[in-house]
Design a binder for this molecule. Structure first.
Ligand code: ATP
Ligand code: MG
Length: 218
């Protein structure tokens, strides 16, 4: 039997993908929040899911360990997208990538003066491109999480991070000073799998596309 494998992360992406899978008649047999399994079978014997770290999803699909995946635009830009076909914006896990600074820091003045600004982020590539395009001088500091902490303890003047409600920023006395881009998750497909497993992959892409098309814009 020919099978297809879809890689995705648990948390908001998994939760928001469930309705799309359901529209394609796919129901996972386990809940990744409670199960320790990393390979989830579904009600359809030819479809299985891999639960991987969000930043690892493009890598699994690039090398064909998964035929398809669901990953944020933020993650795809850092990965580079080699070997990936990106047929659909699924419009899930929506947020924005922003520059944020402590309440008292005058970002505009620092930029005007041409000062070097220390920026902590896990999005090195995207941040580098953004500040280069604006002619802002920055020293980038790579972090893997809890970026909000960096300006509070003097590690950085600013952060580049994802924001949705803004509650985490507010709780840490940070303010958003620049939006870099809007973010949502995309369906990604291994380019070889698209050709070799087209009879399984294409109907899934089509069903997702129709389901999105039928949804009102949120
Ligand atoms: P962890 O939080 O466990 O370190 P992570 O940050 O890699 O893992 P998530 O926080 O689950 O993973 O984020 C996965 C993806 O969901 C991100 O790549 C982004 O596209 C999206 N995302 C992240 N934060 C938000 C948010 N606040 N609102 C909406 N979508 C978000
Ligand atoms: Mg996170």
């Amino acid at each position: 039997m020919e099978r297809i494998t879809l890689a995705l992360s648990k948390g908001r992406i998994f939760t928001e993908t469930l309705p799309l899978l359901a529209a394609a008649g796919i129901v996972p047999q386990d809940d990744p929040e409670t199960s320790r399994r990393l390979i989830l079978e579904t009600n359809r014997p030819e479809v299985r899911l891999l639960i991987v770290r969000a930043t690892d999803v493009p890598t699994y699909v690039q090398y064909g360990a998964a035929d398809l995946g669901i990953a944020g635009r933020d993650v795809l830009l850092e990965h580079g997208g080699q070997g990936l076909y990106q047929p659909l914006d699924l419009r899930i896990a929506r947020c924005r990538l922003c520059v944020a600074v402590p309440e008292g820091f005058d970002y505009g003045a620092a930029v005007q003066l041409g000062s070097r600004i220390r920026v902590a982020t896990k999005y090195l590539k995207t941040a580098k491109a953004h500040f280069a395009a604006k002619g802002v001088h920055v020293d980038l500091i790579k972090l893997y999480g809890s970026m909000e902490l960096a300006p509070l303890v003097g590690l950085a003047d600013a952060i580049v991070d994802l924001v949705s409600s803004g509650n985490t920023l507010r709780a840490n006395h940070l303010v958003e000073v620049e939006e870099i881009m809007s973010i949502s998750s995309r369906l990604i497909v291994n380019q070889a799998a698209l050709k070799l497993k087209r009879t399984l992959v294409q109907p899934l892409i089509d069903t997702f596309a129709e389901t999105l098309h039928d949804q009102p814009d949120a």
